[in-house]
Write a protein that binds this ligand. Structure first.
Ligand SMILES: O=P(O)(O)O[C@H]1O[C@H](CO)[C@@H](O)[C@H]1O
Ligand SMILES: O=c1cc[nH]c(=O)[nH]1
Length: 235
């Protein structure tokens, strides 16, 4: 086992889905995977391996925020050999044409986090999606007729903020949604030379105030889960 994951070597598949919420991981495993085993309960951050359409896949909760996902992604890649990582998360909508329950493919991510500034000596690194995963997910979303958007997202250290002016500026620059992990995921994928893509469902809207319930966020955002799973089996 690694520091935060209780799996034995070989118990985690090369391709993995990463929801922030461990109960979303359980829902994905119970709804879509066959022959499922739970390989991790450390800190309640559930992880499962099973098969989907005959392909071995895993799903692992990552918690909320860049530091939390960084712990899991570091250990998944460097200690368990994971090669393809799909974050399946929720975000706040930031543009009028992006509606609650729409799906966003995060082509790139900007951030207010200091993590990359420390790594790159004060310079800005551009965390970008893996193109094969992005293209695969886009093609599958189009084939399903989804209301889907591709573009920049904002990975923030803060869910609650006093000063809304930066968010307003990011909206003016076309950022589609706000969440809390993608910048770290894409940076670690670049560091280790593996593939990563974030697929988000818009769970609430910063402009309209529209919201979904915690139950919906945990279980009903099936379109993004199915785009991730269908892309994962095609690899
Ligand atoms: O639904 P998840 O995947 O957790 O993603 C979003 O939800 C959490 C905030 O409520 C943050 O982790 C944010 O990125
Ligand atoms: O991080 C998040 C996730 C959903 N909605 C938000 O406003 N922020």
């Amino acid at each position: 086992m690694s520091v935060h994951i209780g799996a034995k070597p070989g118990e985690i598949a090369e391709t993995i889905l990463l929801p922030g919420d461990p109960l979303r991981a359980k829902f994905i495993a119970e709804t879509y995977l066959e022959d499922v085993t739970c390989y991790n309960e450390v800190r309640g951050m559930l992880g499962f391996t099973g098969t989907y359409q005959g392909k071995r896949l895993s799903v692992q909760g990552t918690g909320m925020g860049l530091p939390s996902i960084s712990i899991y992604v570091n250990e998944l890649i460097s200690e368990y050999g994971v090669k393809n990582l799909f974050r399946v998360g929720t975000c706040g909508g930031m543009k009028e044409h992006v509606h609650v329950r729409d799906v966003i493919l995060a082509q790139a991510s900007c951030t207010d986090s200091g993590m990359n500034r420390h790594i790159f000596g004060g310079y800005d690194f551009s965390p970008i999606a893996s193109f094969p995963l992005l293209k695969g997910a886009y093609d599958r979303g189009v084939a399903k007729g989804l209301n889907m958007h591709v573009g920049n997202v904002f990975s923030s250290d803060s869910f609650y903020r006093d000063d809304k002016s930066v968010v307003q500026k990011l909206m003016e620059y076309g950022v589609l949604g706000v969440e809390m992990e993608t910048s770290a995921l894409y940076t670690l994928a670049a560091k280790f030379g593996v593939n990563a893509l974030t697929i988000l469902t818009v769970s609430d809207h910063l402009l309209t105030g529209e919201e979904t319930t915690a139950e919906e966020r945990q279980t009903t955002f099936k379109e993004m889960m199915e785009v991730a799973l269908d892309t994962a089996v095609s690899l």
